[in-house]
Design a protein around this ligand. Structure first.
Ligand code: SAH
Ligand code: SF4
Ligand code: F3S
Length: 466
């Protein structure tokens, strides 16, 4: 849940045009949990007659679902708001109203500042309060500028509508399902415990019901989401707290649900039952995002990660013993305060030892309010840039090697969407790679056996094995 993605989660709806129809444009920044939330907000607004548009100029309501993880991510919001202010003015000149809302982690962290710095913003709403969105918009209509960032006492998931069938169909055969929010780990570089609050786990019954709805609408693969997903401990039907391994077992009983994934995991929360699930459940895909952040024990300690590199390597050995074809992905931060050349070399050595199929890496970004911001010995930007370049070159090499190793293999492919060329579809390998294959659009949602024939920079090529 790492790379900064800017996804247009808005899907054009099939609703008939009528003057009563209002249009919402949602732009999503940040992690998959924001993608999930954007869809839930769109679903919540549907009750009030809103349909999605992917044309910002047509929107009656523009919602930015924002990310605060690095300074750059947060800055993007203010530049987007500058452009939106101009659009709002232009539309007002044409007699058309446009509301602007800011949601997500920047909203939670800097709500007051947004309202102060961006007078065109009508609404600021934090991630725990999305179920109050329709009511907040009513208040905007009455002329208020709304700030809704208090942590709600009620559970947002109990009040947000479950995924809508038609919309789920339009969104495709893979889906995200948030099972856990917030984080209690307090890594010293990270804003998430402040923007998303402390850990909350959804109960089993709620998750199973939502998964069933997704599958009824044609979803074949579900990725369970949480900022710290393997810390999930939801209440089961027996009144006991279950772990993620047990939840995965339960979900495999849903007929038609072919594939399961979960992200993002903390190494300290990989318990035995979850590791066993990788051995016992063929539906659980052999791909795990397990960030370590640094290969230096000294830096891991300063980051408050509460694990060592040796523990991490031993853990991976246990998971691979359970599921030998498992591939790993990870996150790295270079230039954490006090990181020396030697510490950085340790990170390169760890990457060599582990071998990643994919990984995300970032220059440390000082985040106000986190303990890291108060540490001395900040690493100069040019040093961070050089380290990042070396690390990314190594990670890219590993990613290419992993892709090359796939050539010649026969694998199961979940056919997801049309490809670039007519007669081509794009599917997803068990290891989350995009694979291009000649197939008919009617096969979307099928899992077919394919032989990998080649590898490009970002995707693989394959042919269907009859
Ligand atoms: N919950 C996940 C990660 C959430 S944030 C976990 O525990 O791994 C996603 C990634 O952003 C992190 O893994 C980290 O690599 C990166 N990140 C977080 N804070 C950062 C910061 N201040 N500067 C640079 N990268 C950061
Ligand atoms: Fe941030 Fe650490 Fe929590 Fe991940 S585990 S969300 S990096 S505080
Ligand atoms: Fe960003 Fe918030 Fe996700 S800070 S990474 S959108 S939890």
């Amino acid at each position: 849940m790492t790379q900064e993605i800017a996804v247009l989660s808005a899907q054009p709806d099939m609703a008939l045009e009528s003057p009563a129809v209002r249009k919402v444009f949602v732009k999503t920044y940040g992690c998959q949990m924001n993608v999930y939330d954007s869809d839930r907000m769109t679903d919540a607004l549907a009750k009030d007659g809103y349909v999605s548009t992917d044309v910002m100029e047509d929107a009656d309501l523009v919602l930015l679902n924002t990310c605060h993880i690095r300074e750059k991510a947060a800055e993007k919001v203010y530049s987007a708001l500058g452009r939106l202010r101009d659009l709002k003015k232009k539309k007002a000149g044409e007699g058309r109203e446009m509301m602007i809302g800011v949601a997500g982690c920047v909203a939670q962290a800097e709500g007051d500042e947004i309202l102060r710095r961006a007078p065109a913003v009508d609404l600021v709403i934090g991630p725990q309060t999305y179920h109050r969105l329709p009511e907040a918009l009513q208040r905007v209509k009455r002329g208020e500028r709304v700030l809704e960032t208090d942590y709600a006492i009620e559970d947002k998931f109990e009040h947000l509508p479950a995924p809508d069938k038609a919309k789920t169909r339009a969104r495709g055969v893979t889906a995200f399902l948030t099972v856990q929010e917030g984080c209690d780990k307090f890594c010293t570089f990270c804003v998430v415990p402040y923007t998303r609050g402390s850990e909350v786990s959804r109960p089993v019954a709620q998750i199973v019901a939502e998964a069933q709805k997704l599958v009824d609408a044609g979803v074949r693969e579900i990725t369970l989401l949480g900022q710290n997903v393997n810390a999930w401990h939801g209440v089961g039907a027996d009144g006991e707290k279950w772990g993620l391994g047990e939840l995965l077992h339960r979900l495999t009983r849903i007929e038609g649900l072919a594939r399961l994934r979960y992200t993002t995991s903390h190494p300290r929360d990989m318990d035995d039952s979850l590791i066993d699930a990788h051995r016992d459940l063929p539906q659980l895909m052999p791909y795990l995002h397990l960030p370590i952040q640094s290969g230096s024990n000294r830096i891991l300690k300063a980051m408050n990660r509460r694990h060592t590199t040796a523990e991490y390597i031993a853990l991976i050995a246990r998971i691979k013993a359970a599921r030998p074809d498992l591939a790993l992905s990870g996150d790295f931060i270079v230039g954490f305060p006090g990181e020396t050349d030697e510490d950085f070399e340790d990170t390169l050595r760890l990457v060599e030892t582990v071998g990643y199929a994919q990984a995300f890496s970032f220059k440390y970004s000082t985040r106000p309010g986190t303990p890291g911001a108060d540490l001395g010995d900040q690493v100069p930007e040019d040093v961070k840039a050089k380290r990042l370049e070396r690390l990314q070159a190594l990670l890219l090499k590993q990613q290419n090697e992993f892709a090359q190793q796939c050539i010649g293999k026969t694998i199961d492919l979940l056919l997801e969407k049309p490809g670039r060329m007519p007669g081509q579809l794009i599917g997803r390998s068990p290891w989350l790679q995009s694979v291009n294959v000649d197939a008919n659009a009617s096969q979307i949602g099928d899992i077919v056996s394919v032989r990998i024939t080649g590898a490009g920079p970002n995707s693989l090529f394959a042919e269907v094995v009859s």
